[in-house]
Design a protein around this ligand. Structure first.
Ligand code: FES
Ligand SMILES: [Fe+2]
Length: 402
């Protein structure tokens, strides 16, 4: 994070606190009615199809950790808004991604979420592909008139790595991953993603759309209600600085106690007892706020001084979502490190349970015929930016198609 960004965030948090202390509350909804978000965009199948082609078939998306696919034959599969994708480590140690769909009659070839195999065998009629996606053999191949087996392969998908993650893009010619990440790579560097320790990963399917899921992580306004017993006691939601750069956005929400994660603070003391340090070299913002980034379109990094969470939202339909939650800790050689890591798990389980209990009710409410649009407050301004970017990606795709 650049020093000028740090100074700007600290000044904004100070200004937000002053507004709160000055009783400036109602005018925070000054935009009420002026730039409402149309509700049909949450429930319309045509909008979902446009998002699928314009966003999820274009953007770079993190789909695995490099360590998940480090051995020859190791694979991870992922549905990306209807496209089954596999990431496979070849015998040559090279990572490749391809559409996980048999070239015969379209069956999904690899069916487990993660595993290890010597070759990819389609269960339907037995077509066999190598770890590089090329067809090796098929039963009665000579009866497929005109088929050149040497030319049959699972369609490749662009793959790149950053921060210990494997990213894929379904675009024919994607912008380079580093360009797509924009300023995010520098902003996130302090958290040492490559060496962070994976503490928990949970994958669930949820009955709400991908935008409902993402937007729950873009605003702090629901902390006092939904998260009254989890995040609200830690975070001063009205002391939040927000801004955006390109497609991505950032929110820094101040800890109620600025020393929360220092060695004399409540969280930092527990971590220090177990030998888990903060990530080194954090600046004042990184030490005293919960920094949360949206990596467009649907990945959220929520960073605290000695751990972080990653939430990956993957659409399964207009009102269904796969939600991948990962919790990572700062690296430590201490034999008691796992004690601290595990102590973080129940709090995040509660936080997510609170959101998962609430969000299906949002999806249901948005189907109401008397509700045409929803207003956004000052604290929800990142949602306005997010929705503008969604519309711009769709417009850019329809522009390039004409
Ligand atoms: S669909 Fe895969 S072998 Fe027939
Ligand atoms: Fe939430």
């Amino acid at each position: 994070m650049k020093p000028e960004t740090e100074a700007r965030i600290l000044a904004e948090i100070t200004a937000e606190r002053a507004r709160r202390d000055g009783g400036d509350a109602l005018d925070r909804f000054a935009c009420f009615g002026s730039d409402d978000v149309p509700v049909h965009e949450y429930i319309d199948e045509a909008v979902y199809r446009a998002e699928r082609t314009a966003i999820f078939q274009q953007a770079w998306l993190p789909v695995a950790r490099v360590t998940d696919v480090a051995e020859p034959g190791a694979f991870v599969t992922q549905q990306i808004a209807g496209d089954p994708i596999a990431v496979v480590c070849g015998d040559d140690g090279v990572l490749r991604a391809f559409h996980n769909v048999c070239r015969h009659r379209g069956a999904q070839v690899l069916r487990d979420a993660q595993g290890n195999c010597r070759q990819l065998t389609c269960a339907y009629h037995g077509f066999v592909y190598g770890l590089d996606g090329a067809l090796i053999r098929a039963p009665a191949l000579d009866t497929f008139a005109g088929v050149d087996p040497g030319a049959v392969r699972l369609p490749p998908v662009h793959l790149d790595r950053w921060g210990g993650w494997v990213f894929v893009s379904l675009a024919p010619e994607p912008t380079p991953l580093r360009t797509f990440l924009d300023g995010l790579a520098d902003e996130l560097a302090a958290w040492d993603f490559e060496r962070a320790v994976l503490i928990r990963r949970e994958v669930t399917e949820q009955p709400f759309g991908w935008k409902v899921a993402v937007e729950a992580f873009l605003e702090p306004l629901h902390l006092p209600s939904i998260h009254a017993r989890s995040a609200h006691p830690l975070l001063d939601f009205r002391a939040s600085a927000m801004d955006w750069f390109g497609d991505h956005s950032r929110m820094a929400t101040a800890f109620r106690a600025s020393n929360a994660y220092t060695v004399d603070g409540p969280m930092g003391r527990a971590a220090a007892t177990c030998g888990v340090p903060n990530f080194p070299g954090l600046n004042r913002v990184q030490e005293t706020t919960n920094l949360s980034y949206l990596l467009f379109p649907a990945t959220i990094f929520s960073l605290l001084p000695n751990h972080f969470t990653v939430f990956r939202v993957l659409p399964l339909g207009v009102d269904r979502t796969q939600f991948v939650y990962e919790l990572y800790g700062a690296p430590s050689e201490s034999p008691r490190a796992s004690e601290y890591y595990e102590s973080l798990v129940p709090g995040y389980a509660q936080l997510l349970a609170e959101d998962f209990e609430n969000l299906p009710w949002i999806q249901r409410g948005l189907g109401d015929s008397a509700t045409r649009a929803i207003p956004l407050s000052h604290y929800e301004r990142r949602i306005r930016h997010f929705r503008a970017r969604v519309r711009e990606w769709i417009a850019a795709k329809s522009g390039s198609a004409t």
